[in-house]
Design a protein around this ligand. Structure first.
Ligand SMILES: [Mn+2]
Length: 435
């Protein structure tokens, strides 16, 4: 599921040209294994920006990119004994051949490699949030400064390359889009399977198992984030991941889950009735959220400001809350006073890519930035009526609804990467009746 090594090489060159200095060296690392408990580690997953620049997926690697784009990397060496226990390593030759690096060295030689490559550089560019690398880079700088009389020239300091990398990652190329649509379609299949297999009386985690089964079977070995399988009032807890309660007849179930494929995330939410049929209040609120979804989608066009789809969704949600009697007053004033936030307390989307909440600025010069072709954004309006909300009729209490798709911004209009998954009430009921 990797892209060609020429693409990674081009990204490294582009990054260096964007840093706009002819003598800066960039450093970035893949990250380390994290312990789960005792001697058990979580499965390794490389840092997204490192992966974006290399395609390399082994831990402990440190990549140096010279101003020309020439790339050197310190990697775990081949080690037959370790590989017998922990599995294959590319080693030095493999790293160079498979990932198009110009030079590779054993991790043991990291300090020597760093001192050689950073000697004479103006600045060291890194992701400023990487505290460990920041300390290491300052240490290399100090070591070079201490060798001034031997002719070494220490870099002046560190610069943050986060913005440059993040802006590159924000616009997806064709290879990335292909992987993202595949990830999206695996998640569509997983949600379809969940809708078909739910029965009142099941536990939430039993429904979650249906999702994980499809993710893994289709090659998305892990979910892109913790699955949310929330029945009944649990849907009002935005990041509910306990998933350990019994699904009751009459509940709505909100599932927010997406598989990760080739390190790319997908992110889908659907809300459907446990017994296959929406009750009248459930259907009424659901239709408001669905109308808000369509109003938002219309704004997901090249050139529209980033906040337009959120504002359009808020408008429709607030109108719906007034029409159904959950809010009283003028729609404009309820939006102005943010009264709708009792029922809709999150934003209507976020960037999506290697990270589920992907990188990239939402504002430029203090203003919502215009949408551009190649951006991928989620569209996820919702309504949540707190079970303890005494201000609304009891029939609404504890209903939580969200509808979320992954949208590719294109010149000719938005493309729903997660297409093919029902969201109309009659479509959902038909799919569930056919089970
Ligand atoms: Mn989302």
């Amino acid at each position: 599921m990797n892209l060609s090594k020429a693409i990674y090489r081009e990204r490294r060159q582009r990054l260096m040209s964007q840093l706009g200095s002819d003598n800066t060296v960039a450093v970035i690392r893949s990250g380390e294994l994290v312990t789960r408990n005792n001697d058990c580690d979580y499965e390794f997953r490389p840092h997204s920006s490192f992966f974006y620049l290399t395609g390399y997926q082994e831990p402990n690697a440190v990549l140096f990119i010279l101003p020309s784009g020439e790339s050197h990397m310190a990697v775990l060496p081949k080690d037959p004994e370790r590989e017998q226990w922990d599995g294959f390593r590319h080693g030095i030759t493999g790293a160079m051949q498979t990932f198009g690096l110009d030079q590779a060295a054993e991790l043991d030689e990291l300090d020597d490699l760093a001192l050689e490559l950073l000697d004479g550089a103006d600045h060291i560019a890194l992701l400023i949030d990487d505290e460990q690398l920041r300390d290491q880079a300052l240490n290399w700088r100090d070591q070079l400064a201490a060798r001034a009389r031997q002719g070494s020239v220490a870099p002046k300091g560190l610069i943050d390359m986060s913005d440059a990398v993040h802006e590159m990652r924000l616009i997806k190329d064709l290879g990335e889009i292909e992987i993202m649509e595949r990830a999206a379609q695996i998640s569509v299949e997983a949600h379809t399977q969940a809708m078909k297999s739910v029965r009142p009386g099941m536990m939430e985690y039993q429904l979650e198992a249906e999702l994980n089964y499809v993710f893994m079977k289709q090659g998305a070995r892990v979910p892109a984030y913790n699955n949310i399988v929330a029945s009944g009032k649990n849907a009002c807890v935005l990041h509910y991941i306990k998933n350990d309660e019994k699904i009751e007849d009459g509940d709505l179930i909100l599932i927010d889950a997406g598989g990760e494929l080739g390190c790319y995330a997908s992110d889908i939410t659907r809300t459907f009735p446990a017994n296959g049929k929406f009750s009248e209040p459930q259907a009424q609120l659901y239709q408001v959220v669905l109308d808000a979804y369509y109003a938002g989608l219309e704004q997901m066009v090249v050139g529209a400001p980033y906040d337009a789809f959120h504002n359009a969704a808020v408008q429709v949600l607030t109108e719906g809350l007034v029409a159904l009697g959950l809010l009283n007053g003028s729609v404009d004033e309820l939006i102005e006073s943010k009264a709708y936030r009792d029922f809709y307390m999150h934003n209507t989307g976020h960037w999506l890519g290697l990270d589920v909440h992907d990188c990239g600025r939402y504002k430029l010069n203090g203003e919502a930035r215009p949408l551009e072709a190649g951006m991928v954004v989620t569209l996820e309006p919702g309504l949540y009526v707190n079970p303890d909300n005494e201000n609304v009729d009891a029939k609404w209490r504890g209903i939580g609804i969200r509808i979320e798709d992954d949208i590719l911004i294109q010149e000719n209009g938005p493309f729903v990467l997660t297409h093919g998954l029902p969201k109309e009430i009659h479509e959902i009921e038909a799919l569930m009746a056919a089970k």
